[in-house]
Design a protein around this ligand. Structure first.
Ligand SMILES: Nc1ncnc2c1ncn2[C@@H]1O[C@H](COP(=O)(O)OP(=O)(O)OP(=O)(O)O)[C@@H](O)[C@H]1O
Ligand SMILES: [Mg+2]
Length: 336
């Protein structure tokens, strides 16, 4: 298993040119660690808590009889959302994957990412745990193109075909139906990351997915998560190889039946001259629905737009997207 800090476990110090304000924004994000998060009534709802318990027990039926000390990270003391985070991360603790929470890396609309101390058995020092807020139950993406480009689960956990619009609508009506959809959504993100990792893509190694939590390799140091591409200024000589690396990852995903669907400089981390693609929450299967060609174009466009900030870098995104699609999928849908 690969250690986080390279071959000799020796942590090296590197200096990255950060964009003005990027470090401040990052510190602000860290400062939010101590600020209690506003509690929404929905997060404590019994339906949500029931779903969490069920997820945890499904993955570890004997959890109730556990003799070991329970998970009580000091990081959570005083936080109003502690019960919710605790119930999301305890199954990872029970499975000897994490031992503590170090910091909150990021808190977005739908998910919060924590840096956790890894259990020694994992061979990692830190791991990133991304946990979805229960708010997801209410606000599953309405974007039809995503819903119809995946296999989803109905209330009974049976695969429901992405194209079955009637089925999906009926399923979403009930609390259980929405919970099943959220579970299937998070599983899909995890599966996508697994597929990518197993085929050599530049993504954090995914370790586990339990309920609303995805556990993966942490990119960064104890003090600082790796900056996003949007936060750094690349050296001239890095531009072309990193651009090519990202396009290679886009093509690798397509070869293995995935389009990222939300790729941009905000979902790419930069560390020691290398990029790592993250956040596969919106990934889609191009074999399920060829309309997703437009998502591939958008991913490539955003990457090209980012690199276009650097002088003498002007590439036609649509041409790249068409080339990638044609190589892997055949004729481009808009030409057919
Ligand atoms: N494996 C990781 N290692 C280090 N940092 C990570 C990792 N995964 C995510 N992050 C950090 O957490 C942030 C949010 O993660 P991600 O993009 O997966 O979630 P999100 O729901 O899209 O959140 P946001 O809306 O803030 O983008 C990232 O921008 C990155 O800074
Ligand atoms: Mg993101």
């Amino acid at each position: 298993m690969k250690r986080l800090f390279d071959d000799d476990s020796e942590e090296t110090t590197t200096f990255v040119k950060m964009k003005p304000g990027a470090r401040e924004r990052s510190l602000l994000r860290k400062a939010s660690n101590v600020k209690p998060t506003k509690k929404t009534s929905y997060e404590g709802s019994s339906a949500v808590q029931r779903w969490l318990k069920q997820q945890a027990y499904d993955s570890e039926p004997e959890a109730e009889q556990r003799q070991e000390p329970s998970f009580q990270p000091t990081f959570l003391s005083g936080r109003r959302d502690a019960p919710w985070i605790l119930s999301s991360l305890t199954p990872l603790y029970d499975q000897k994957l994490i031992t503590d929470i170090v910091s909150e890396v990021s808190s977005g609309k739908e998910a919060t990412v924590f840096c956790c101390t890894a259990h020694p058995d994992t061979d990692y020092e830190f791991l990133a745990a991304k946990i979805y807020r229960p708010r997801m139950f209410r606000s599953l993406r309405n974007d039809a193109i995503y819903r119809y480009s995946r296999v989803q689960r109905d209330e009974e956990g049976q695969a429901e075909h992405g194209n079955s619009r009637r089925g999906s609508a009926a399923t979403r009506k009930t609390e259980r139906g929405r919970a099943a959809q959220v579970a299937s959504w998070i599983e899909y993100e995890y599966q996508t990351q697994r597929i990518m990792y197993e085929h050599g893509a530049n993504v954090p190694r995914p370790l586990a997915q339990i309920g609303n939590a995805v556990l993966m390799e942490y990119i960064g140091t104890e003090d600082q998560p790796a900056p996003r591409l949007s936060d750094v200024i690349l050296e001239q000589e890095e531009i072309q190889p990193l651009f090519e690396c990202i396009l290679h990852n886009i093509e690798l995903a397509l070869i293995h039946g995935r389009i990222h669907g939300d790729l941009s400089e905000y979902n790419i981390l930069y560390r020691e001259g290398k990029v790592t693609l993250i956040d596969f929450a919106q990934a889609v299967d191009p074999y399920h629905n060829s309309d997703v060609f437009s998502l591939l174009v958008r991913d490539v466009e955003r990457v090209c737009q980012y690199f276009a900030h650097y002088k003498q870098f002007n590439h036609d995104a649509r041409t790249f997207a068409r080339q990638i699609w044609t190589r892997q999928m055949g004729p481009v849908p808009e030409d057919v």
